[in-house]
Ligand binder design. Sequence first.
Ligand SMILES: N[C@@H](CCC(=O)N[C@@H](CS)C(=O)NCC(=O)O)C(=O)O
Length: 306
Amino acid sequence: MPDLILHNYPNSPFAEKVRLILGYKGLDWHSVQIPRVMPKPDLMPLTGGYRKTPVMQIGADVFCDSSCIVRELERRHPDTTLFPADSHGIATMIGAWADRTFFFDAVGVVFGTLASMVPNDLREDRMRFSGGMIDIDRYQREQTQLRSQLRAHLFWVERALEDGRRYVLGTTPTWADFCLYHPVWMVQRRVPELGAANDMPRTLAWFERMTAFGHGRPVELDAKEALSIAQAAAPAAIKLGHPELPEGFSVGAAVTVAADDYGKDPVAGTLVAANAQHIVIRRSDPAVGEVNVHFPRAGFVLSKAA
Ligand SMILES: N[C@@H](CCC(=O)N[C@@H](CS)C(=O)NCC(=O)O)C(=O)O
C-alpha cells in the first residue's frame, strides 16, 4: 500500500503540478478527493485550518503547499530529481514567479472567460478565500488587460525555450518547468478556444512533453480511511539541519502558521522545528491524534499564539 496520500481535486492547478511530479518520479500514491470549496470536514482534522489544495499526508505527517510537498518528495525519492546540478536557486526563483504572478494571470483569464458558468458557491468561496482578490466580475470587466498580461508572460516561456532546449533550464525538467506548467494547463484545459499559445510552437511542444509524464500510479482512497491512517501512525522524528528560529521563539512554544498571500487561515500548534526553508508544528485532533504539520518558510508567517 503506497505511503503517499495526496488530498486533491481534479481541476486544481497546484494539485496538477504535484500529480505531474508524482508521474515524473514514477510513484505509487493514494488520491483522496477533497471538496473545492469550504467546508472540508475530512481535511481540517489533518491540517488544523490550512485549506488550500493540495495537501500531502504520509502517516501522521501533513505537508502544506506544493513547495513543501516537493521538498519531502525529493528527500524520499531523490533519484529523478527536480533540482539537477546547480539548478536549485534559479528553479525556485522562477517557480516563485510562476506560482504567484503567472498563476494569477491564468486564474483571471479562466474565471473571467467562464464567468457566466461559475456557480455561486465557488464565486463566494473564492472571494472570501482571497480577501477580494479573486473577483470574478472584475475579471470579466478587465478581460482584455488580463489576456494581454497572460500573453506577455506566455511569450517569456517561449523565449526561454528559443534555442531549442527541451526544458526551461536545459535538457532535463526542473521544478521551474512544473511551476510554469500548471498555469498553462489551466488555460489550455479550461479555455482551449482562446488558443492563448497557438503562435508559440516551442511552448506547445514543451507542454506536450510535460503532459506526457502523466500522474504515476494513483489509487483512490476514502477520506475517512486517510484519517484512520493518521490516527494509527505516530508523527515522524524531525531532524532539520541548520535550525533557525526567529528571535523570541523556542521549540515547544505555542505558535500559529499562516500563508501570507491568500487562504490565510492560521494553524495553531507547538513549534517542533524551523530552519530557513521549513517550519514543523505539532497539533492534535480527536479524529487523527497527534500530527506534525509542515510548511515552507517562504510565504508563511510564524507567530506566537495569542
Ligand atoms: N502556495 C500554494 C497554492 C495552492 C493554491 O492556491 N491552491 C488553490 C487551488 S489550485 C486553492 O487552494 N484553492 C482553494 C481551495 O482549493 O480550497 C501551493 O503551492 O500549494
